[in-house]
Design a protein around this ligand. Structure first.
Ligand code: DGJ
Length: 714
């Protein structure tokens, strides 16, 4: 029975208001959205409220619609009425479903919203089903559509742009009238181009503690799209914004059979009326609790060999690196690309992918002696794998040229490789076997880096009919997620890092099976500061792998300090470091162990921005504070030589007012630094959130301060 005149349904968690329902004709409407919602002016005819989830052909010919379908009978229009609503509750939250159906056709569209308990995060998705006479085509299938009014100085911040090594670039813009589309394509590492996250500031620029910030994340490992359609409201200073978010239908019309269900990816969002800080905090808590494997588990210090050796190593070189890694305090050794391939050894990126057997020319005794060296040195052993890919120069491709994603044209190489078609059951089994082969190359492997280094350029699958080749854009993501889920289930004891040409897959969907992501192949600490700042709006440091390298030729102390703001690790040629630098690395490991509980699990306070203030590119500072405010770690960076208008005082937040803290500096050149929080000489005493003198001394310096409330330290 149609539920016209249903009472407004409140979808939002407690922190903000979002009320929806139906008009007298049963059309789903958005009644109110904002920091608070007052009385829903009963006098206003309900049809005047914006459509909740507009559909193409429903009378609004002048806007794009989040749902556009060609029906089995050729009709292009879809007209939804709200039939019914249902609620359910589990340990994660309260889920409300608005069951909609087409007025005439046997099509149902469930609009689902889950308010996560205690997190003030709303998760929304759409489920589409039909019983039409034949398959229908979904051209657009967004997960979320919101209407809001925005001020003249409303803005957005989006992330990324130039592709490889430019993840998380901070792009703030004023929202001007017109349609803005923020999309990413390529299917496999779409986040390299544009992270599927967005901050909208509808009432003008927000700060960390004030102003409205609406934060969105599309939990999808494939192509994504935000649309922002801004129009003037005649006679008003305010303007209207229609925002759509979800999987990107561009070039990906989806054929949906009768009886099948199409579930769109989840979009997560939150509205903070106290600035960016609370939005961040909610995303961090959500990520730890739901989006990241073992989000509350503290991570180890990883030493990777990639930037030290690239493909050029042998057993002796690795064993040497392992011993030095242990000596400087690393806890896991990660062997990267280049360990496999026999007939086509992986000595460069043009051969070997797909042949997951150890290259015994490079590693004559196999992997076991390398892993054993790690175990003997007290380290865990980890290994790199790129299971979805194949080089044409591989035994795998020679045997199975039919396994790749392609259409009828000659397939295109990209980084000398092809993408495997995981929709094929034989390929799915091969991917599982590839992960297992990497893990089982040596006993005691407890860490895996799962990489993916090319986009989908010539989409197509032999498993899909000629009328639905474009389904591959969506189905490939789902099938890849199935393989990731299988890897996590089969190897529960193995920690996994997600990597895709750097941070190409850092999303709240794919991470479910991973403990962290490789943030970027850009490891220049100056660039990393800006990336980490941006990334921190959505991800806690526990998810964000950060390794000190020599990239950019910065002083090592600075690189180490920047990496300490993340899941700390090294990617250094340890054989080439001076004794003084090795000592700095040792200190950094001690500091990482001492601070990681707070950095990985504490509440983030962003203090001085490296990206969006007058001192952009010159200074940066953040703090991590524990739940009761009794302990904090402050990480402050002076990037350029101090200038006249630099910040000279570091205003703190999140500490207990009127409480005396012991202040200690954790020095990267102090071999006596201890890994026990609260140990070591007290530099001074400090009261609550009173400002600290800016600690930056010179260009490329990092300062790590620890604050311990006196009674907490006692
Ligand atoms: C891309 C990754 O981002 C790098 O860290 C490294 O693992 C290479 N792939 C190896 O080919």
């Amino acid at each position: 029975m149609r539920a016209t005149n249903v009472k407004p349904i409140d979808l939002a968690p407690p922190a903000w208001g979002y009320s929806v329902g139906a008009d007298d004709a049963g059309r789903p409407r958005q009644f109110a959205l904002g920091p608070t919602i007052g009385d829903l002016s009963a006098d206003l005819p309900r049809w005047l409220y914006p459509a909740l989830y507009p559909t193409w052909g429903d009378g609004d010919a002048v806007h794009r619609a989040p749902l556009m379908i060609t029906h089995a009978d050729g009709r292009l229009s879809t007209r939804l009425v709200l039939d019914d609503t249902s609620d359910s509750e589990d340990e994660e939250g309260v889920t409300r479903t608005l069951h909609c159906r087409d007025e005439e056709l046997p099509l149902t569209v469930d609009l689902v919203a889950r308010a996560h308990h205690g997190l003030d995060i709303l998760e929304q998705w759409v489920e589409i089903r039909h019983e039409e006479s034949d398959a229908i085509t979904l051209h657009d299938y967004a997960s979320l559509h919101l209407s809001m009014t925005v001020a003249a100085d409303a803005g957005v911040i989006h992330f990324g742009g130039a592709g490889w090594a430019d993840e998380w670039a901070w792009v703030p813009e004023r929202l001007t009238t017109g349609l803005k589309v923020l999309e990413s394509l390529g299917g496999v590492q779409p986040h390299l181009q544009r992270c599927p996250m967005l901050l909208v500031e509808p009432n003008g620029p927000a700060t960390e503690t004030a102003g409205d910030t609406v934060a969105f994340s599309i939990a999808w490992g494939g192509n994504t799209r935000f649309e922002l359609d801004v129009r003037p409201l005649p006679g008003h200073a305010l303007r209207s914004l229609r925002l759509t978010a979800g999987a990107n239908g561009h070039g990906a019309p989806y054929r949906l059979d009768p009886g099948a269900t199409f579930r769109t990816p989840s979009v997560l969002w939150t509205w903070s009326s106290h600035g960016r800080g609370p939005a961040t905090d909610r995303f961090h808590r959500y990520t730890r609790r739901h989006a990241l494997r073992d989000g509350e588990r503290t991570r180890s210090i990883v030493a990777n060999n990639w930037e030290a050796t690239y493909f050029d190593f042998d057993t002796e070189r690795l064993v040497g690196l392992i011993q030095r890694a242990a000596d400087i305090g690393a806890e896991t050794f990660l062997l990267d690309d280049g360990w496999f391939g026999s007939a086509h050894p992986r000595n460069d990126d043009d051969a070997g992918l797909g042949d997951w057997t150890v290259n015994t020319d490079k590693l004559p005794g196999g992997m076991a002696p390398v892993a054993q060296a790690a175990v003997d040195a007290g380290l865990r052993f980890g290994i790199w794998v790129e299971p979805e890919m194949v080089n044409p120069r591989s035994e795998c491709f020679e045997r199975h040229p039919e396994w790749i994603v392609r259409d009828a044209r000659p397939p295109l190489e990209y980084r000398n490789q092809f993408l495997l078609d995981v929709l094929r059951p034989d390929v799915a089994a091969f991917v599982d076997a590839a992960v297992a082969a990497a893990i089982e190359a040596a006993p005691d492997t407890t860490y895996v880096k799962w990489d993916a280094n090319r986009p989908m350029t010539d989409p197509g699958s032999t498993t899909l009919g000629v009328d639905r080749q474009a389904n591959v854009w969506v189905d490939q993501v789902r099938a890849t997620w199935d393989r990731m889920a299988a890897a996590a289930a089969t190897h529960p004891e193995v920690e996994m890092m997600l990597c895709a040409s750097g941070g190409g897959r850092a999303d709240h969907g794919s991470l479910r099976w991973f403990h962290e992501f490789w943030t970027s192949d850009n490891t220049d600490p100056v660039d990393r500061l800006a990336m980490q700042w941006a990334c921190s709006h959505f991800f806690p440091a526990v998810a964000m792998a950060a390794h000190a390298t020599t990239s950019g030729d910065r002083p090592l102390e600075f690189a180490l300090g920047v990496a300490l703001w993340g899941r700390f690790g090294f990617d250094l040629d340890l054989d080439a470091l001076s004794d003084a630098d090795l000592e700095r690395c040792r200190c950094a490991s001690v500091i990482a162990r001492r601070t990681r509980e707070l950095v990985q699990h504490g509440r983030l306070e962003r203090l001085v921005s490296p990206v969006d203030r007058t001192t952009a590119g010159r200074q940066a500072a953040v703090a991590y504070v524990n739940d009761d405010g009794s302990r904090a770690v402050v990480l402050a960076y002076q990037i350029t030589a101090p200038e006249r208008d630099d910040v000279t005082e570091l205003a703190l937040r999140g500490l207990r007012p009127n409480t005396t803290y012991e202040l200690r500096q954790l020095r990267l050149d102090d071999p006596t630094v201890s890994d026990i929080p609260g140990a070591g000489p007290v530099e001074s005493r400090h009261t609550g959130n009173a400002p600290l003198p800016w600690p930056g001394r010179a260009a490329f310096t990092s300062t790590i301060l620890e604050l311990t409330a006196e009674e907490a330290g006692a």
